[in-house]
Write a protein that binds this ligand. Structure first.
Ligand code: VGL
Ligand code: ZN
Length: 210
């Protein structure tokens, strides 16, 4: 049983309809993270720790959508100005039902919602840095100003947005824990194994739960 303090922050990543069953980029068993996330949020809040949500939030015609690049198909890699980008089905378009949080997500105590991927030509997996690895979302500054030093990550998808966020947290000097039991993976072409390898190398703690 991990003791939580005011210096701990729970970051619930992209628990949105498009990543859950019936969604445009549904993650296998994605809905399972909803009750797990609700329970974690209640526990963090009760301990005086912080809770933050992230929301994948793309404009129509976003550069990460295969539909924006004639002749491509979803899950194909292409080269954009900042490097390799995987192309996705059109998902999490700003203001649509797919971009809304899962209706079962019950975290009214969340102190901040970080939106990412809203620049037309730039994708963002991480809650801290966009995929050019330079443009920031502001979450690092929020954590520093609020005094959060240990960050816990859960949500969707383990091998993309959750992993990139947990890894960037260590890059910024925070202690970082990825809660695997409250996360689910896309696992595209071995992406889950690659992500777990990178996470361990970066010093992220992998834990099934608290
Ligand atoms: C995500 C692919 C594209 C994620 C977001 O939340 O993991 N994956 N956009
Ligand atoms: Zn996205």
């Amino acid at each position: 049983m991990t003791a939580l303090t005011m210096a701990d922050l729970l970051v619930l990543v992209d628990i949105q309809n498009d990543f859950c069953s019936g969604g445009a980029l549904a993650v296998a068993d994605g809905d399972a993270v909803v009750p797990a996330a609700n329970a974690l949020a209640r526990r963090f809040h009760a301990a005086g720790a912080g809770v933050v949500l992230t929301q994948d939030w793309h404009p129509p015609g976003h550069s990460s959508f295969a539909a924006s690049h004639p002749g491509t198909i979803p899950f194909q890699d292409i080269t954009l100005s900042y490097g390799t980008q995987t192309l996705w089905p059109t998902h999490c378009v700003q203001g649509t039902a797919g971009a809304a949080f899962h209706p079962g997500l019950d975290v009214p105590m969340a102190g901040l919602i970080v939106r990412k991927g809203f620049r037309p030509d730039l994708d963002s997996y991480s809650a801290f840095f966009e995929n050019d690895r330079t443009t920031t979302t502001g979450l690092g500054g929020y954590c520093r100003e609020r005094g959060f030093t240990r960050l816990f990550f859960a949500g969707l998808a383990t091998d993309y947005c959750v992993a990139y966020s947990a890894e960037d947290a260590t890059r910024l000097g925070f202690a970082s824990v990825l809660l695997t039991g409250a996360s689910r993976a896309i696992d595209l072409g071995g992406s889950l194994a690659t992500a777990l390898h990178r996470l361990r190398a970066a010093g992220v703690t992998l834990a099934a739960g608290l």
